[in-house]
Design a protein around this ligand. Sequence first.
Ligand SMILES: [Zn+2]
Length: 302
Amino acid sequence: MLCRVEVWAHDRWRIPLPNGHRFPIDKYRLLRERVQDRVTVLEAEPVPWEWLAAVHEARLLERIRLGELSVREQRGLGLPWSEVLVERGRRSVGGTVAAARRALEQGIGMNLGGGTHHAGRDFARGYCLFNDVAVTLAHLRSRDVARRALVVDCDVHQGDGTAQLLGPDPDAFTLSLHGARNYPFERIPSDLDVDLPSGTGDEEYLRALEDSLETALETLPEPDVAFFLAGADPWEGDRLGRLALTKDGLRARDELVLDRLLETGAAVVVVLAGGYAPDVVDTVDINAATVAAVAARDGALS
Ligand SMILES: [Zn+2]
């Protein structure tokens, strides 16, 4: 029997948003509908609060749980608080944990969400409530199933929350490739930040990616687990990104990262991160191509 790759989704937890809000809530449902003939989509479970507390400050979690974020925090987060927002956030992390468990057993795993890299120990901002990658790594370490981790963050925005949480960690290496003039404007440095000029296209991007991946793997040659944030927002038509990759360029990016990471023998965990195309279908096209690249590489261990 031909086995299909399982991926995790949480699109049934749809947050209420004001009309015209830029957060692409529809992409999660549209992506599941697009790929469910090809992959098995499972429902992500919410992670327990204790797992979040391994990474995030207790007082921040309390404010999130009770809906007591300050006006300033609310504005920084950019999403209105609701009970479903919190539930969705916990399930988004749960999807990354489940994908990581699969990756440890079968080589690769994917969450149709996650990549919430602007969430730090004591802050939740830029549409990111909890840092799924850092929480997942802490969980894997607590179970003694992985220790050394590489994060390859290809979202167009710099991964400041992940940098805060994992940057100082000697067993983790954080690489972020992003638009130099994109949010966040005050950075927390990653182990390796690659600031790309506005308008950077496929060729220069792929060259910078290849070089920086090699540097990362020289520093941490045999990661147990590698997280790939396959952001759709370096696309040329993105509303928030300032780079100019084509859809073909993004597909080449996915293949380059996946092949290089699988080669190291690491468990490879793929998460979506951002994507803000004026027509959400373009973002879904890019994300679906990432799912296809993952599916094509599944079974490498069998
Ligand atoms: Zn982004």
